[in-house]
Design a binder for this molecule. Structure first.
Ligand code: OGA
Ligand code: MN
Length: 440
């Protein structure tokens, strides 16, 4: 074969121009096929330029300003939220001043959405945050780390606390959580939210170029409760393979790799179905709290659900570092689609995109702030939603270090770069849960 002729400058310019045109055409084609939901996601994912946060709906702006938006309706709760449960922080109210809400809000474009802004006192928020990080994250509840690491039953947070408070030296070998896999040359890392696009996404037309890995491609960092269940109940739901490539990290760093834990019925992410035979005891205070929310919104929206019928059967705690996100999805794995889904936010604020039944409906960006409650009922329960952005520098001062409360330091340190979402669902129709024993 003769050597190819060296390219002249003119030829090179023509080729470069052609390549540029091809890229533009490809980009134009992609934007034609992008759905409005995806467009909104891209806007809020953008780092340069940063997103325009003023486009987001802030339920905490002065009520007279909020109600200028004709799509927003204010509905009184049948009593003040503090009267439904002490867990909203009733006991701290006098000490901390202020008051808890007596109204909820609805949005005309999102039938079934019920929003209760600022529903917890700072102390109540701190208690729930402690629960999410220290208590609920323990076995038998599973976390994304359990796939790859031998997390001790006493919990990863306790290890972190031991080192943080100097109870154990940071070079003590026993503080390092070991990998499950011993030898596994080819396996990948944790999985990341960059491989988040999945086949059920109608706007994802590009072929996947990734080589096949022996590790099933599950999203260990991003829970996607999306898609119709794909595995019949009688087929064993194997755990994903542990990877030998995950790093051994000090607890302070490993806690930041914890992306989710599941409560109650444990979730099998690869098949997007519940392990109906793995039912961990549901934290009692969270059962009471979520039932209180369902009670509080009784009579508020057009899709009522009796609080007596509500049983907290499954939950997810999502832990977001500042750069994390949760791509658009629908939570449709529960057999009971009539029961409300109750969702609490703590720590940094985020942009929550609330769409409709398909990605074609333009979503509303909502500024979810620490202490807000979002309840999804009726059609909103089956709406696309996601969290494309955690917003820096939005940690309330009452969640930062407190001079009078040194035990809070470790939580303040974690929250300085994090958001926590706790969401609770009923899985079965009322009186239909088999309430199976816990399996380890
Ligand atoms: C979920 C979810 C939203 C949030 O876990 O399914 O949608 O606010 N979370 O983090
Ligand atoms: Mn969800």
């Amino acid at each position: 074969m003769p050597d190819p002729q060296p390219m002249s400058n003119r030829q090179r310019k023509i080729m470069e121009r052609q390549a540029e045109r091809n890229r533009e055409m490809a980009a134009a084609k992609r934007s034609e096929t992008r759905t409005p939901f995806r467009e909104a996601e891209l806007q809020f994912l953008s780092r340069h330029p940063p997103p325009d946060y003023s486009k987001a709906l802030d339920f905490r702006q002065p009520v007279e300003v909020l109600l200028r938006d004709p799509k927003i309706k204010r509905v009184p709760l049948h009593k003040r939220i503090s009267e439904f449960s002490d867990l909203f922080g009733v006991k701290d109210l006098q000490q901390e001043g202020g008051d808890l809400p007596e109204n909820a809000y609805l949005h005309e474009d999102h039938p079934g959405l019920i929003y209760i802004p600022a529903a917890f006192t700072p102390t109540a928020q701190r208690n729930l945050i402690k629960g999410c990080l220290k208590d609920y994250s323990r076995h038998p509840n599973k976390s994304n780390l359990d796939t790859h690491y031998l997390v001790p039953d006493s919990g990863l947070w306790d290890l972190h606390e031991n080192v943080f408070t100097g109870k154990q030296p940071s070079d003590d070998p026993s503080i390092f959580v070991q990998r499950k896999a011993k030898v596994d040359e080819q396996a990948g890392g944790y999985g990341s939210d960059d491989d988040d696009d999945n086949d059920s996404k109608p706007d994802n037309k590009r072929p996947k170029m990734k080589p096949k890995s022996p590790v099933p491609s599950i999203r260990t960092l991003v829970p996607i409760m999306d898609g119709t269940p794909t595995v019949p109940d009688n087929v064993p739901k194997d755990d994903p393979e542990p990877s030998a490539q995950v790093p051994i990290l000090p607890p302070a760093q490993l806690v930041r790799k914890m992306r989710w834990i599941t409560l109650g019925y444990q979730y099998h992410w690869p098949s997007k179905t519940y392990h109906f035979d793995q039912n961990a005891p549901f934290p009692e205070e969270l059962s009471i709290l979520s039932k209180a929310v369902v009670d509080a919104v009784d009579g508020v929206g057009p899709y009522p659900y009796p609080a007596d019928d509500f049983v907290a059967e499954a939950g997810v705690v999502n832990y977001y570092q500042l750069k994390d996100r949760l791509m658009g999805h629908v939570d449709r794995s529960e057999l009971n689609k009539e029961a409300p889904l109750v969702s609490f936010s703590f720590g940094h604020s985020c942009i929550y995109l609330l769409g409709g039944p398909t990605r074609e409906k333009e979503p509303t960006p909502i500024l979810l702030q620490s202490g807000d409650i979002l309840v999804m009922t009726g059609p909103c329960r089956s709406a696309f939603h996601g969290v494309p952005r955690i917003i820096e520098n939005t940690l309330p001062t009452y969640l930062q270090s407190l001079p009078e409360e040194p035990e809070w330091d470790i939580y303040a340190d974690y929250l300085s770069e994090a958001r926590i979402n706790l969401n609770i669902r009923q899985v079965y129709p009322p009186n239909d849960s088999p309430a199976s024993p816990v399996q380890h």
